[in-house]
Design a protein around this ligand. Structure first.
Ligand code: ADP
Length: 493
């Protein structure tokens, strides 16, 4: 949980705080300095999926590229991301291989629009749905990406299209492509604190704060802002959602703060949807982070897992959107709800060895019978037994009268122990709002015009996901728009 101030977080992260008045640059865009300390074609702010995808493509286009990262370690939220990537097809033909039905770019588009309650900017969603398969194939064929077994169907999607790996594995694949394209310069402990513009309003470079002081870095062709969201910044998020106090945990890394957004707004960018901040429904209840077991309740419902409240009863469709599930959990009134599964469910995505590892650590509870499991969870045994037997009947009937869950053939009834359960609770996760971009990833100003030589991608951007992002759409968004931003920023004037 982050209730520490930005300054303290900076100190904890090894980043010197901006304390001395003389060192604090006025944050608004300023005229280009007389002297540049360094010069590149493309300057990228942020080393997550979006920034690294931009670096790979800008390098492929022959540009000299630097990636700036304010933290001691690279990768931001991407490095701790759950690793779901939504795309309707791929070169491995996984959907066909696992016989999981039909899908199309059109259906992915429609699901994403509906999942965001139609607040999304449709042109951006089209680009996401249409280009996500190419982004996946790029990482598979050029980056050597290895995916997990299976293909998931997650909340709000109406097809099995969730490709699964881990954040670090996607990052490694993108970095491999970037390096092969000639990318070399990643500057850690280096925070962009100001954008420079020339007298025509074209962005010309950035001022950065390093451990040895301020420097000016020229961007001859473009700046890409891929700085991520601000979900960990309690004060900043409360500007837009006053009820998202420190009482809520956050899944984010310590660097997910609002200062870079302020910097880009001060340079004239328009922003939208800043109050749309997502709760991740199945985080680890105590600290609020997404550990590996926190992904079981995301991935297993497509194969028959059941959510129950403290009373041992279902309370929501397990395939509902994240905002609906989170609110339903809060409405149960007790911190922690549970995701229940057995081998018939988990074996479609993982093996006994992995589950046992978390049983050993105590994160996953188990019982030879449902009544034993109920005792381990602290829920009434008769209620849990009734819930699972009713759910088995729902799968058989193909209809969920109580909660309207879409039933598929891949969902297996739970008839045999041992049974397992993992505790889950909402935690502040993803900022759907951010700066406005067009389909070329150009940042749009408050009057609706592109700011010359300024691009943005990833969680820093608003409008792709509407008021609720579907699982698997964030990594796809970052990589699709990161690539577009990188290619366009590398273009010669
Ligand atoms: P995305 O998933 O959109 O790519 P991430 O959170 O994975 O976003 O990555 C964003 C990265 O940008 C983080 O590592 C964060 O520390 C970094 N960052 C944010 N603001 C700045 C800044 N002003 N200067 C340098 N790095 C920044």
């Amino acid at each position: 949980m982050s209730n520490i101030s930005t300054t303290r977080r900076r100190l904890l992260a090894g980043i010197p705080a901006l304390t001395a008045g003389a060192l604090i640059p006025a944050a608004q865009a300023a005229s280009a300095p007389v002297k540049w300390d360094k010069s590149y074609d493309v300057v990228i702010i942020g080393s997550g999926f979006a920034g690294m995808a931009a670096a790979a493509e800008a390098s492929a286009a022959g540009a000299s590229v630097v990636v700036l990262e304010k933290m001691r370690v690279a990768g931001g939220n991407s490095a701790i991301s759950g690793g779901g990537f939504a795309c309707w097809t791929d070169e491995l033909k996984l959907r066909e291989k696992y016989k999981l039905g039909d899908d199309s770019a059109e259906l992915h588009f429609k699901d994403t629009m509906k999942g965001g309650d139609y607040y999304n900017i449709p042109e951006l969603v089209r680009v996401l749905a249409e280009q996500a398969p190419d982004a996946m194939n790029w990482m598979l064929s050029k980056g050597g990406l290895k995916l997990n077994k299976g293909l998931g169907r997650v909340g709000g999607h109406s097809a099995y299209r969730d490709h699964m790996a881990t954040g670090p594995r996607y990052l490694a694949a993108i970095e491999k492509i970037a390096r092969e394209n000639g990318f070399r310069d990643l500057m850690k402990n280096t925070e962009a604190v100001r954008l420079y513009k020339d007298d025509k309003g074209t962005v010309t470079g950035v001022e950065v704060k390093t451990r040895s002081g301020l420097q000016n870095i020229e961007a001859r062709r473009g700046v890409v802002v891929a700085a991520g969201g601000f979900a960990r910044d309690v004060k900043f998020r409360m500007r837009y959602v006053p009820t998202l106090t420190e009482a809520y945990n956050s899944t984010n890394h310590a660097g997910a703060t609002g200062d870079t957004l302020e910097m880009v707004l001060e340079a004239g960018a328009d922003a939208l949807h800043l109050a749309f901040i997502q709760l991740f429904p199945t985080a680890e209840p105590t600290r609020g982070m997404i550990d590996r077991p926190a992904l079981f309740p995301i991935q297993f419902p497509g194969f028959g897992a059941v959510y129950v409240a403290k009373n041992g009863r279902r309370f929501v469709s397990e395939l509902e959107r994240r905002d609906v599930v989170s609110q339903a959990e809060i409405a149960t009134g007790g911190k922690e709800t549970w995701c229940v599964f057995n081998e018939a469910v988990y074996s479609q995505l993982t093996d006994r060895k992995e589950i046992e590892q978390f049983v050993k650590s105590g994160r996953v509870k188990t019982g030879a019978t449902l009544s034993e499991l109920a005792a381990a969870m602290g829920v009434p045994a008769d209620a849990l037994e009734k819930t699972i037997s009713e759910h088995n009947a729902i799968l058989k009937a193909g209809k969920d009268e109580a909660f309207g869950k879409p039933i598929t053939a891949a969902m297996k009834p739970m008839q045999k122990g041992p049974y397992f359960a993992v505790a889950q609770w909402p935690s502040v996760h993803h900022c759907q709002g951010g700066v406005r971009i067009n389909t070329d990833a150009q940042v749009i100003d408050v009057r609706g015009k592109p700011i010359a030589h300024l691009y943005a991608a990833g969680e820093f951007v608003g409008g792709v996901h509407g008021n609720n992002r579907l699982g698997g759409n964030a990594i796809a968004d970052c990589i699709v728009f990161g690539r577009i931003a990188g290619r366009n920023a590398a273009r010669k004037a």
